[in-house]
Write a new protein. Structure first.
Length: 272
């Protein structure tokens, strides 16, 4: 991390959010020639405005549209890239970076179901959808697990690591993918992308009825967290793979990928 970025982050955490956003607009927008403007909304959320999309987040987000599009396509569409008219379910949608890209891939005739369990992250997701004009994206605030009811989601400084694993935090509604698909009247689902910080073991158990209607899955398992920090509750890859095998998916992995977390991804293609 550069000295300048470190100083900016310290100022941001100290509460100088608007000055940091102004400096980011000056530095990245004018001096670096990026077509980006940064601001802070009434809720204290960071806004990254660009011609192609606007990302709203709880922490500074400075990536360009081209940068996060490249990241989304590499991470989530390795085995299948959504096409016009497809239905995509984005489980663990975060603040909407993936939803923005999926929305453009499936086009006006397709739809994206963007599911995020954490209430504040969900609020940012809703704003990203609205400010980016994503009329084909349906946001849902629910924790995807193996049964309907409630779950508890924790909050950490980096919203990407918020998880229901551990069973503490804010109470949120929970539902299985089977239930959600029934509620939404989903028939054929082209892709389920899933990144839910260790809860994927439960979530795949809850898609038994609709597995035959899901053509492709891209699931982030979290063994790398167990390897790094300990805690077998995050060692999910073997269990998730076994469940996908039972549904008849052909599994592809990327053992040579430079990023440890991507090496734990499971890409599945239905044989049905």
């Amino acid at each position: 991390m550069s000295i300048l970025l470190s100083a900016a982050m310290r100022a941001y955490k100290a509460g100088f959010k608007r000055p940091v956003a102004g400096l980011a607009s000056l530095y990245l927008g004018r001096l670096k020639g990026r077509d980006q403007r940064f601001a802070i909304d009434a809720h204290g959320h960071w806004i990254n405005r660009q011609p192609a999309a606007t990302i709203v987040s709880m922490i500074p987000h400075t990536a360009t549209y081209a940068e996060y599009r490249k990241w989304v396509l590499d991470n989530w569409t390795f085995d299948y890239e959504p096409q016009a008219g497809d239905t995509v379910i984005d489980v663990g949608a975060g603040v909407g970076e993936e939803a923005v890209i999926f929305s453009k891939l499936v086009g006006p005739s397709g739809r994206v179901i963007a599911i995020e369990a954490h209430p504040e992250t969900f609020a940012c997701l809703v704003e990203t959808i609205a400010q980016s004009g994503l009329t084909n994206v349906i946001p849902m605030c629910v924790a995807v697990t193996d049964q309907d009811g409630v779950a508890f989601i924790g909050s950490v400084d980096n919203y990407l690591a918020n998880s229901i694993v551990g069973g503490s935090g804010a109470e949120v509604p929970a539902a299985s993918l089977d239930s959600l698909a029934g509620e939404l009247g989903l028939d054929r689902i082209a892709l389920v992308k899933m990144n839910i910080e260790g809860a994927e073991r439960l979530a795949v158990k809850g898609m038994e009825r609709i597995a035959g209607r899901i053509a492709h899955v891209a699931i982030s398992c979290h063994d790398f967290i167990a390897d790094r920090d300990g805690g077998d509750e995050f060692r999910t890859k073997a269990d998730v793979r076994k469940q996908l095998d039972s549904f008849g998916y052909r599994i592809v992995t990327r053992a040579e990928h430079p990023d440890a977390w991507v090496r734990d991804y499971l890409y599945g293609r239905s044989a049905r």
